[in-house]
Design a protein. Structure first.
Length: 382
């Protein structure tokens, strides 16, 4: 007989039941590291940015620190249902960190997705963070919640006890009765797992209760993952949820997870193909219905697969294999006879929630339709 698990049953005339108790309980997006639209591996990382696994940002501070490769890896805890993990591999070491040096794996979260936590009220919800982690570098690591609206923070430490062994960690954070999250589409909360920290972040006392953000109290005790090129760090199964206990990881269908990621970043390059100039057109979608409205300009409307969080930043890429030019950023045109490289391609001012309009400049016959091809990314990351 099949088993049905129910978290809560209310009487017919009873109370409101939050969907967060029965579905979509994980506040973290792509916590199983299954999607990496930008790339599956990036080398030479020394600064902040989104590089590989969707929604997970590398945050870097200071003037020194190590160099890392970030990748989507297949090393995962056995028997837990995961297929991928996020890996950080130190490729250039720094055993003597500068005071302001820091490296974190972070996810930024919209305020409108956090309202049910009731932060800033007497009924503020506790939250629990759970994840699987593995590293050859044993010792103390720090996970931090930072309230970006009210400059408040709380940190918890965990220990990697056994080298090169997957371990599950669970951390519970008390609810914060001060400082409500803004109810909008901007960043209200940043969840960060620290990898190294200079004395600017470690010379105080670890802030294990919510309070005003104090730099020296943020990462006290954190090991230095950059002290050897032998060091690496794997993480997967990141789940952040309301309550004081960690539930089983919430696996989502791939289409649901992809749609959630595309709210923040979308590309017409195939999954697993890093967006770049010079990629073959066979690895992208194509768009047609380009119509010239002047002798030098034509416009195409490119529909997004998912409405973006905010007006995205558009980057355009030239593709190869069409027999035309290879100038970076220029799309290519087909007029029924041959492919040609456009004079230019830019995102028009009319970037709307569901589409972006691109201006493709060249020499045209007014009113004539052309086939057009090119690559793009649309980023609305926090």
């Amino acid at each position: 007989m099949s088993e049905i698990k129910v978290d809560k049953v209310s009487p017919r005339s009873g109370t409101y039941v939050s969907l967060n108790t029965v579905g979509m309980k994980n506040i973290i997006i792509n916590g199983d590291m299954s999607l990496a639209q930008r790339s599956t591996s990036v080398t030479g990382i020394t600064g902040s940015g989104y590089y590989t696994v969707d929604r997970f940002q590398i945050g870097s501070a200071g003037s020194s620190g190590g160099t890392f490769t970030m990748s989507q890896d297949t090393d995962v805890p056995t028997g837990q249902g995961f297929a991928t993990s996020l890996k950080m591999d130190c490729t250039t070491a720094d055993a003597s960190l500068g005071s302001s040096d820091a490296l974190r794996i972070s996810q930024y979260i919209e305020g409108q997705n956090l309202q049910y936590l009731k932060k800033g009220t007497a009924n503020a919800e506790s939250t629990t963070l759970s994840f699987w982690v593995k590293s050859n570098k044993t010792g103390t690591y720090i996970s931090e919640l930072r309230d970006m609206d009210n400059a408040r923070a709380i940190s918890k430490s965990y220990t990697i006890d056994v080298a090169d062994t997957w371990e599950k960690k669970t951390l519970t954070f008390a609810g914060d009765t001060s400082g409500a999250f803004d109810n909008d589409n901007s960043t209200s909360l940043r969840l960060a797992n620290w990898l190294y920290a200079g004395t600017d972040y470690t010379s105080g006392t670890l802030q294990t209760s919510w309070g005003t953000l104090t730099a020296t109290d943020r990462a006290v005790g954190q090991v230095n993952l950059a002290d050897s090129t032998s060091n690496d760090f794997y993480i997967t199964g990141v789940q952040f949820e309301a309550g004081t206990t960690a539930s089983d990881f919430e696996f989502l269908p791939v289409d649901v997870n992809l749609a959630r990621c595309r709210r923040y970043f979308e590309t017409n390059f195939a999954i697993g193909t890093a967006p770049a100039n010079g990629v073959s057109y066979t690895f992208t979608d194509f768009y047609s219905d380009l119509t010239a409205f002047t002798a030098t300009q034509a416009r195409i409307t490119v529909p997004f697969k998912v409405t973006k969080r905010a007006t995205p930043t558009i980057t355009l890429f030239n593709l190869t294999g069409l027999g035309a030019g290879t100038t970076a950023g220029k799309w290519q045109l087909y007029d029924g006879g041959s492919w040609t490289e456009s004079s230019g391609a830019t995102a028009a001012d009319e970037v709307r929630n569901g589409t972006v309009q691109l201006n493709i400049t060249d020499s045209y016959t007014i009113g004539r339709s052309y086939l057009v091809g090119g690559g793009f990314t649309a980023s609305a990351e926090l």
